[in-house]
Design a protein around this ligand. Sequence first.
Ligand code: ARG
Length: 264
Amino acid sequence: MKKVFSLLMLCAFTVFALVGCGGAGGGANTSQKDAAKTLRVGSSVDFAPFEFQDETQKEYQGFDMDLIRALAKEMGMDADIQNIGFDGLIPALQAKNVDVVISGMTITDERKQNVLFSDPYYQAGLTIIVRDDEESIKSFKDLSGKKVAVQIGTTSAEEVHKIEGAEVKEFNLVPDCFMELKAKGVDAVVNDRPVNDYYITKSGATGVKQISERLTAEDYGIAMQKDNKELQEKLNAALKKLHENGEYEKIYTKWFGEMKDEKK
Ligand code: ARG
């Protein structure tokens, strides 16, 4: 009788343990599911109005930030955004530390050798910023013999390196380039036009002006791991959807004002 009882106890205990295990297994499953629902995003958060930090807000702000959150939502996911230096973004993708990069990143053939890009989502280009009293720089060719600040790893850095006689000074962050200009450490900054526009008109910058010549037409794209065709298709479908349902236009207007028809 005693034996039967202890056998019964053992059974009960086993069942209990198994149920317990099932519970723990369920837990593991849930967190796996959560991982599948999180889109890990890398961005160099130094590029207003695309990605920047506003001291009064807890979340990263900007066009790219709103766009990637809306795209993630469209794909049934949550965006988890990490701030990574611009020249560390593609390495972070390659190391699989992030799933996508959105960072005002220009689609270039060179980058395409290492990553996949979504369809273009914004068209930009490069311009020059100089101090107000600068008279000798009217175009890109005038940068020859001048000191020019650029962000490291960018298309600006690449373009200014091509100008013979230009002395290139590379900085980790875009705001550092502007500071160097004001401190007279350089004669000019070359950077993406919409960011320069924002710096001149919205950030309250004084003593600086933008040269009107625009170098290159550049398309921004969202970058992914080279073999992640599945995500590329999903992202492109989500982007198309946001264009169709007016969400893209809403985000565009919030950061840049009215959208011209050809961009719709
Ligand atoms: N469009 C340029 C490039 O791809 C500069 C991008 C810089 N982005 C940033 N978040 N700082 O090289």
